[in-house]
Design a protein around this ligand. Structure first.
Ligand code: ZN
Ligand code: ZN
Length: 418
């Protein structure tokens, strides 16, 4: 660690950082005594990784195994690695991770990379490397998407990310501001984060219980550039906040989280929709997206910025043009009110109603744990190598729930719960 990095780390409140580690272990993962933990993080997040390891072992973790990534090493690959290597990924590593998940290892991802890291690299190489990695990661991703084990994502305010979010501030100020924004959104600025999360989870649970009671067949969205009907999957179930993984552990997969979400029907989406916030995807910014759906499939896609990247994403596989998630977030959510664009889905998706292209979550079905992949597909669940959230909510969006008999119930008005 250089002197400079030590100075930057000093702008992060150590008490709140420790609470974030504790919240990740006790609330996010709800790590069980004897359970192993596999975690990934950028090297810059080492102070948080160390706090997490301590809290994990105090909670009775068996083995904590971290894998750290480094931005400079990632860039070296794009600049110097042989051309043919961009269609490869360390499958042996992902297979090992899948085996660890099968043996009930919990999974923590600490995010904090510069969201624009790959912005200057060849988009074709970025797309190839990403596709190769997605394919190799599939055996492990299935266990995460299928919610076999307890998992959690939290964020660390790294300097390279902070510079993107607050480009006009000196680095130490940018890091301090990003740190405070992360801590507030993650509810660790409060004295008792574990109690705060219990109350927040109860509020999200009551929203999803209401939606589950309604059993809407579709949601209809209208707003500027948007006239969209999203059919919901047969036997869909709304989820929000904490929920139980198949291994029986109740956990909070995302910290922060403000959304309630479910599975749309992959073949029953009609109309057009415009994005309301930029999407940061693997170092590229895609902005001003507008797409048109026919029978669940995107048949027309435009973007004011990053259209080439968007079209590459849509061509990943057949499921990449169909929806795998629909999520409701009020415009008054604390993350939205902060007014910060984080360039990171974990935060930006919790500022706004969103939809996701690609893979669905099998836990968003009634009895999801017992359904086969074939049954999920038949009920309208989508399958893809990708899962990419993008924001379609604003204070000008209205959403109606549509019942099977065509009757409508207001769900959102001007971006708020009706
Ligand atoms: Zn979501
Ligand atoms: Zn999502």
């Amino acid at each position: 660690m250089t002197t400079h990095q030590r100075d930057i780390a000093a702008s992060i409140d150590p008490v709140k950082l420790d609470r974030l580690a504790e919240a990740a272990v006790r609330v996010g993962l709800n790590l069980q005594a004897g359970q192993d933990l596999f975690l990934t993080a950028p090297v810059a997040a080492l102070p948080l990784v160390r706090r997490v390891a301590e809290h994990a072992y105090k909670a009775g973790a068996g083995l904590v195994t971290p894998i750290l990534s480094d931005e400079e090493i990632t860039l070296s690959r794009y600049r110097f690695a042989p051309e043919a290597s961009f269609d490869r990924a360390p499958g042996w590593l992902h297979e090992g991770v899948a085996r660890a998940f099968a043996a009930n290892t919990a999974r923590l991802a600490i995010v904090g990379d510069n969201p624009m890291l790959l912005a200057g690299e060849d988009p074709a190489k970025v797309a190839r490397a990403s596709k190769a990695n997605s394919m190799a990661y599939q055996p492990a991703l299935e266990k995460i998407a299928g919610f076999d084990i307890n998992w959690n994502i939290v964020a660390y305010p790294s300097a390279s990310w902070a510079r993107q979010v607050f480009p006009d501030e000196p680095e130490d100020v940018a890091v301090a501001r990003l740190a405070e924004a992360i801590f507030a959104a993650s509810r660790v600025d409060l004295d008792d984060p574990v109690a705060a999360w219990a109350a927040h989870n109860a509020a999200l649970r009551s929203r999803s219980a209401w939606l589950n009671g309604q059993r809407f067949q579709a949601l209809h969205y209208s707003g500027p550039g948007t006239e969209l009907t999203i059919g919901l999957a047969d036997g869909h179930e709304w989820q929000g906040g904490a929920s139980a993984a198949k291994n029986g552990v109740t956990c909070n997969p995302n910290i922060p989280t403000e959304e309630v979400f479910t599975t749309p029907h992959a073949r029953r989406v009609e109309g057009h929709v415009a994005s309301t916030k930029p999407l940061s995807y693997q170092g590229s910014l895609i902005d001003g997206i507008s797409v048109r759906f026919e029978a669940g499939r995107i048949v027309e896609a435009k973007a004011a910025r990053g259209e080439e990247v968007l079209n590459k994403v849509l061509d990943t596989d057949e499921g990449a043009r169909r929806l795998g998630e629909v999520a409701l977030v009020p415009h008054s959510s604390p993350i939205s009110q902060g007014g910060i664009l984080f360039y990171n889905t974990l935060f930006d998706e919790n500022a706004s109603c969103h939809i996701a292209l690609g893979q669905c979550y099998s836990k968003c079905f009634q009895g999801g744990a017992t359904l086969t992949p074939e049954q999920i597909a038949e009920q309208g669940g989508n399958k893809s190598f990708i899962h990419i959230d993008w924001m379609i909510g604003s204070d000008r969006i209205d959403i109606d729930g549509v019942h099977a008999d065509g009757s409508r119930v207001p769900v959102f008005r001007k971006g708020e719960w009706a």
